[in-house]
Design a binder for this molecule. Structure first.
Ligand SMILES: NC(=O)c1ccc[n+]([C@@H]2O[C@H](COP(=O)([O-])OP(=O)(O)OC[C@H]3O[C@@H](n4cnc5c(N)ncnc54)[C@H](O)[C@@H]3O)[C@@H](O)[C@H]2O)c1
Ligand SMILES: O=C(O)[C@H](O)[C@H](O)COP(=O)(O)O
Length: 376
């Protein structure tokens, strides 16, 4: 089988070797000509899978996207053509949860305040939003959820409206899909009125899709409100973020919140399972043994970590300041945004680090946060 895959899909050649020959391509530049004769197409979020891309192909048997978001896929077209499609729901949810949690710890350190004193509003309580909530709750931070879609479907968690969250939360973290239609569209969900209504000294994080915030309105509001702190991993108009906005953002990264090695590997192996099902092949667990050990495999805790020590511990796994520095230096260069993503040194998830504790204190909350071996 001829498999065309995005070059930014770790382990894809290894994982799919039993099904066919994998050719790696630049996902943003993939053309209809390159796709001619392919049986399988494996993409990431930068490839628009539409009629133009499929124009010269009549052999596709499967399209997979190793992502959570599907706003780059013309699902109706694939259905019309009878081409099975699968994305990888939840594959990078832990990575996004940990990114948002670490970003909040970094903001607390930057502002000389404490994350624990804040109430965090999570907008979109699906896979990624729930992982943010899990991290915050493990650490003892109060969270409020907004998800009218889950609420209407009978989810038993307690939900609030977006405007209630904006009125009462010190932090707002966005985790919704980008939708233009439907009953709860998210395009410009945070418009100028809502941005202006954020509480004094509020923090706003966007780890979902750039266009969920009106970036021009954000620029105007932030010019008037130095008290607001911003974490943007996603930008309106990627790969070209608004250059005037970047200096006003406190933590800025190139759409890599989900880029843990574990998350990307899960995305690849989930697509292998989905394709195996389509081809009626017995699915294998391909994730075992794929990932290397972390450079710090074990850390001994001598005391209960306070917020400062927790941040130091998190930085052993992922020092967000490195990505922020690289972003500011490179995003405006030609192709800079995509190069940052392509050359991203995949971080690990908390679970890659095993904690060993001294006696006389409990660290179960660190296990709940995701670290391994805390009870040893
Ligand atoms: N920055 C990154 O690297 C990165 C990584 C993963 C996902 N994402 C983006 O984040 C989005 C969310 O990911 P997920 O895995 O949590 O998806 P998900 O489908 O599991 O959850 C999304 C949740 O948003 C809710 N929702 C929909 N419209 C809403 C609205 N108007 N208000 C409040 N809630 C609403 C849905 O009911 C759902 O529960 C993805 O669609 C993707 O675009 C970004
Ligand atoms: O939707 C997703 O899963 C994320 O936005 C994902 O991390 C995007 O990464 P990409 O596919 O662009 O490499």
């Amino acid at each position: 089988m001829k498999i065309i895959a995005d070059e930014n899909m770790p382990y894809v050649e290894q994982v799919f070797a039993d099904i066919g020959e994998v050719s790696l391509v630049n996902g943003r530049q993939l053309s209809a000509e390159q796709l001619e004769g392919a049986d399988v197409l494996l993409v990431r979020s930068v490839t628009q899978v539409n009629a133009q891309l499929l124009a010269h192909n009549d052999s596709l048997k499967f399209v997979g996207s190793a992502t959570i978001g599907t706003d780059h896929i013309d699902a109706q077209l694939l259905a019309q053509k009878g081409i099975p499609f699968s994305n990888a729901p939840g594959c990078n949810a832990i990575a996004v949860g940990e990114y948002a949690f670490i970003a909040m710890l970094e903001l607390a350190a930057m502002t000389g305040s404490s994350l624990k004193q804040r109430t965090v509003g999570i907008v979109g309580a699906g896979n990624t939003g729930s992982q943010v909530a899990r991290c915050l709750e493990a650490y003892g931070v109060k969270t409020l959820l907004c998800d009218p879609v889950q609420a209407a479907s009978g989810d038993s968690r307690e939900f609030h409206t977006l405007d209630e969250l904006i009125a009462s939360c010190d932090v707002i973290s966005l985790h919704v899909p980008l939708t233009k239609g439907g009953i709860e569209p998210t395009w410009y969900l945070l418009d100028e009125a809502r941005l202006s209504a954020l509480k004094p000294d509020a923090w706003l994080l966007n780890c979902c899709r750039g266009e969920v915030i009106d970036n021009r309105a954000l620029f105007r509001v932030k010019q008037q409100r130095a008290d607001l702190k911003l974490v943007l991993d996603v930008w309106e108009g990627e790969p070209n973020p608004m250059p005037e906005l970047v200096p006003l953002v406190d933590i800025a990264t190139p759409h890599i919140a989900g880029y843990s090695l574990e998350g990307k590997a899960r995305g690849t192996t989930m697509l292998h399972s989905a394709l195996s099902q389509v081809l009626n092949i017995e699915p294998e667990n391909k994730l075992d043994g794929l990932l290397p050990v972390h450079v710090f495999s074990r850390i001994k805790l001598e005391n209960q970590p306070d917020e400062g020590a927790l941040l130091q511990l998190c930085r052993l796994i992922y020092d967000l300041r490195d990505d922020d520095r690289k972003f500011r230096a490179n995003y405006a260069l030609a192709g800079g945004f995509d190069q940052l993503r392509k050359n991203h040194t995949h971080r690990r998830e908390f679970s890659a680090l095993a904690l060993v504790k001294g006696s006389g204190f409990e660290v179960d909350w660190l296990t709940k946060l995701g670290f391994s071996g805390a009870s040893l």
